[in-house]
Design a protein around this ligand. Structure first.
Ligand SMILES: [Fe+2]
Ligand SMILES: [Fe+2]
Length: 185
């Protein structure tokens, strides 16, 4: 089999092509932004005295830190040298309680599309290691992140339910889903 010099040169250095590596480094910034956004929502609910929603958003934020760590581990393992990217400040106004849930869902939809873009780049480069790794980690994770974000937005938007009850329903469901996920892994 004839392997191009370009492939040999690239893989002597690292296992991920420059374009895909660049997208992965940018994704570090997006995941850290998501962490900061969810911490901002946690603060919003802490100030409102809705402690269970504060706890819920701290949980979501911690997941974002984990997603960022997955990417860093993958880049390290593939011998990609990089510097930590800038993270945009959180400036979006929060209109009301329900708005945090709408913003969360929209952010997760955007995150899924950013990850699909990295999948496409890995596919284009015939980088099946990164392609598979993405399916097992970030792609799979986004299925869950979007699902729970849609579900909790519906609960948050219910007009005839008080916020203490909504907070309790959301946190209880989230914690049991996280525990079930932990058992699988
Ligand atoms: Fe994430
Ligand atoms: Fe998750």
């Amino acid at each position: 089999m004839k392997i191009s010099n370009e492939t040999i040169e690239q893989r002597r250095k690292s296992a991920i092509d420059d374009k895909t590596a660049d997208l992965l480094v940018k994704q570090i910034s997006h995941e850290l932004y998501n962490h900061n956004l969810y911490r901002t929502f946690a603060n919003y609910f802490a100030v409102k005295g809705l402690d269970k929603l504060e706890t819920y958003y701290i949980g979501r934020a911690n997941e974002e830190l984990l997603h960022h760590q997955w990417i860093v581990d993958r880049l390290d393992y593939a011998d990609v040298e990089f510097k930590y990217p800038a993270v945009e400040a959180v400036t979006n106004p929060i209109k009301d309680n329900v708005d945090t849930f709408s913003q969360t869902l929209d952010k997760e939809i955007e995150t899924t599309q950013l990850i699909y873009n990295i999948v496409s780049s890995a596919k284009e480069a015939n980088d099946w290691e990164t392609f598979n790794w993405l399916q097992e980690t970030l792609v799979k994770e986004q299925t869950e992140e979007e699902h729970i974000s849609r579900k909790y937005l519906k609960i948050a938007a219910q007009e005839d339910v008080d916020w203490v009850t909504k907070a309790d329903t959301i946190l209880t469901d989230y914690e049991s889903a996280q525990a079930a996920e932990g058992q699988q892994n």
